[in-house]
Ligand binder design. Structure first.
Ligand SMILES: NC(=O)c1ccc[n+]([C@@H]2O[C@H](COP(=O)([O-])OP(=O)(O)OC[C@H]3O[C@@H](n4cnc5c(N)ncnc54)[C@H](OP(=O)(O)O)[C@@H]3O)[C@@H](O)[C@H]2O)c1
Length: 344
């Protein structure tokens, strides 16, 4: 027997990718329902070789739906996820609304799949921030090998991380620059075309942005609360694919060769590190791919037991849609969905 799956935010960047990935991975669904706001009623989205007509979230009854893959923003999730969960449908939420709730597991399957069982308290599972997801996939095997003390990370995040309107803004600003037209800025705080912006999400009292805070809080929740992490999150004029420059200090010695060997064997990771022109991964090449790519692994000789590396992944896939579908697969493989229905 297959499952009934609802995709909320099916017209968005992440929702469309979720539909593609469900089809690609032949997720055991008998029925997939595409949901969005009333603005999108009747719009069509593709699901494998099928076309789905979009229905509205407001009027949809979740009582016979097994899984809801939610990517419609934090406010929509706060309003809807608890209601959907109370009907016995397990919500896998891409927003930050429930990530820091002690009763909601925050999951990257390669890192902490076993924590998924905690979903039964609220029938909600949170998907991490896109920049955290790829980071912890790389950090987990290294932490197991040599125990991470401290991480310093700078991100180079693509505009698709800010939704479909942000992608349109990069496109229209780029065209305006070439045609000497007016560069209109709505979604970002400054022009993004041919520029970089050291500001993602809102500012917090200590001067960090919420995006930077999320990387700290989520790494601690999923990997180890003892890890010290500091981040600088930067938006760059790339459509898809986030990159990160990562500096790690370990408790125990670990050479670049050992780290390379460990990362090569790690789930979800591909090492591309040739130390020659082009022998590394870039966001453009990672777009559409599932792996977290690691390049430029080298010693940081300025600290004891230090390494630097470069980490690239498709933010819409491992950073959001793929990770959400992988969590759904964990629920299916561990036969946890029927229990959720019975408990409701
Ligand atoms: N993009 C990423 O890399 C990434 C990574 C991790 C997490 N996320 C999170 O995933 C969520 C979606 O991001 P996105 O990039 O896909 O955004 P997006 O491209 O702007 O799409 C937003 C989607 O949400 C729907 N929506 C908005 N308000 C709604 C409402 N009141 N009721 C029902 N549906 C509503 C929209 O439907 P309409 O078309 O009808 O307006 C659209 O389908 C956000 O919470 C984001 O933080 C994104």
């Amino acid at each position: 027997m297959g499952y009934k799956v609802a995709v909320v935010g099916a017209t968005g960047n992440v929702g469309r990718e979720i539909l593609d990935i469900l089809a690609e991975r032949a997720f055991p669904a008998d029925e997939v329902v595409a949901l969005a706001s009333s603005r999108s009623l009747g719009q069509e989205v593709s699901f494998g070789d099928k076309i789905l007509k979009v229905k509205t979230l407001d009027t949809y009854d979740f009582s016979d739906t097994d899984i809801c893959l939610m990517s419609a923003g934090g406010e929509t999730s706060k309003e809807w996820s608890p209601r959907i969960g109370s009907q016995g449908c397990v919500v896998i939420d891409n927003s930050s609304a429930f990530r820091y709730d002690a009763d909601v597991p925050l999951i990257v399957p390669e890192v902490n799949a076993d924590a998924v069982v905690g979903f039964s308290k609220r029938n909600i599972i949170a998907n991490p921030n896109c920049s955290t997801a790829q980071l912890v996939v790389a950090l987990k095997p290294l932490h197991e090998a040599a125990t991470i003390k401290r991480v310093v990370v700078s991100t180079y995040q693509s505009v698709s991380g800010a939704g479909k309107d942000a992608m349109d803004e990069l496109f229209s600003q780029t065209r305006a620059v070439f045609t000497a037209g007016e560069v209109v800025t709505k979604k970002f705080t400054k022009r993004i075309a041919f520029n970089v912006i050291p500001h993602i999400d809102v500012f917090m009292e200590d001067g960090y942005t919420k995006e930077e805070w999320k990387m700290v809080a989520e790494t601690k929740k999923m990997l180890d609360p003892k890890i010290k992490l500091t981040a600088t999150a930067v938006r760059v004029p790339v459509f898809i694919g986030h990159a990160e420059s990562v500096n790690v200090e370990f408790e125990r010695p670990i050479s670049p060769e050992q780290a390379t060997e460990i990362l090569r064997a790690a789930p979800g990771v591909l090492v591309i590190d040739k130390r020659e022109n082009g022998g590394y991964m870039t966001p453009h090449e990672a777009a559409g791919e599932d792996a977290t790519y690691i390049s430029r692994i080298r010693e940081d000789a300025t600290v004891e037991n230090g390494l630097n590396f470069w980490c690239v992944s498709d933010n819409l896939r491992k950073g959001a849609a793929l990770n959400a579908v992988q969590i759904a697969e964990v629920l299916v493989n561990r036969k946890l969905l029927n229990k959720a229905k019975q408990a409701a």
